[in-house]
Design a protein around this ligand. Structure first.
Ligand code: 15L
Length: 265
């Protein structure tokens, strides 16, 4: 699988740093963008720092790009203004740039926090109405809706990844359900980039965890086949962490601790 040029935004972030060396294997040139320091360019890399809210910078960032992996933006709950600039204005700028530059495929890092107010004893699929747990979750729902409109109007395909918890290892009971290993993250992003026809798709980003809250059957056309499972971490985590209070919102809702982050002013 070879792209001429892929763009990775948020390349200096937690998952951007994971994906940077892995994406290089799938393309001739990997354009990397972030507002934060990107270090030195390796062979095949192009560094293009940009602010998501800078419309002109975003327009040139997308020039000559085959497809975008958009991990850029605010990735946790925050005050409204930074979320507005990065995740709302920024995502608009990204799609306007895609439209003007003729970019036809985006893999968009959405989040499980779009549906964080479903309970942990419910199983939902991508048709369940959004129940964001934070302003951050609302901003990701905006990105999902905006990309839907850019597909229906302009034919720009997007795969929205509602990423669970992409970490080296799960660290508590919640992340046993929501864990996405880094190898499965790579499989998911590559499936989103290379599946022949994705239209506008929403997929929950999780490994093959036996106890999960998310049903991905609606995204079968993407061909994502996770290979990891959180199960091998279960015994040690459950032994170390006594069963928490079941009425605590953090235990009750899929979004976990996010349901009570903020407000910040
Ligand atoms: C997210 O959306 C965050 O970006 C990440 O930092 C994790 O907290 C993750 O959700 C999660 O729900 O575990």
């Amino acid at each position: 699988i070879r792209f001429q040029r892929l763009l990775l935004t948020g390349a200096a972030g937690a998952l951007g740093r994971v994906m940077r060396p892995r994406l290089l294997a799938y393309c001739q040139r990997l354009r990397l963008s972030d507002r934060a320091d990107l270090g030195e360019a390796a062979e095949g890399e192009e560094l293009v720092p940009a602010e998501l809210q800078d419309r002109e910078a975003m327009l040139s960032l997308l020039e000559g790009v085959d497809a975008v992996v958009h991990l850029g933006g605010v990735s946790v709950e925050a005050a409204f203004d930074p979320i507005l600039q990065a995740n709302i204005v920024g995502v608009f700028n990204l799609y306007e740039a895609a439209r003007k530059q003729g970019v036809k495929r985006v893999v968009f890092a959405s989040s499980n926090h779009v549906t964080g107010f479903y309970r942990q004893d419910e199983v939902i699929d991508a048709r369940a109405p959004a129940r964001p747990d934070t302003l951050y979750g609302v901003s990701k729902a905006f990105g999902e809706n905006l990309s839907r409109m850019y597909f229906d109007r302009y034919g720009i395909e997007t795969v929205c990844l509602r990423i669970g918890s992409s970490l080296a290892e799960p660290y508590d009971r919640r992340t046993l359900a929501s864990w996405l290993s880094f190898d499965d993250l790579e499989r998911l992003v590559i499936a989103g980039l290379t599946a022949p026809l994705v239209s506008h798709s929403v997929i929950f980003g999780m490994s093959a965890n036996p106890a999960t809250w998310w049903d991905n059957r609606l995204a079968a056309h993407l061909g994502y086949a996770p290979q990891d499972s959180s199960e091998r971490f279960r015994a040690a985590l459950e032994a170390a962490q006594p069963w928490p209070d079941a009425t605590d919102p953090v235990t009750l809702y899929q979004g976990g601790a996010f349901v009570r982050l903020g407000p910040f002013d």
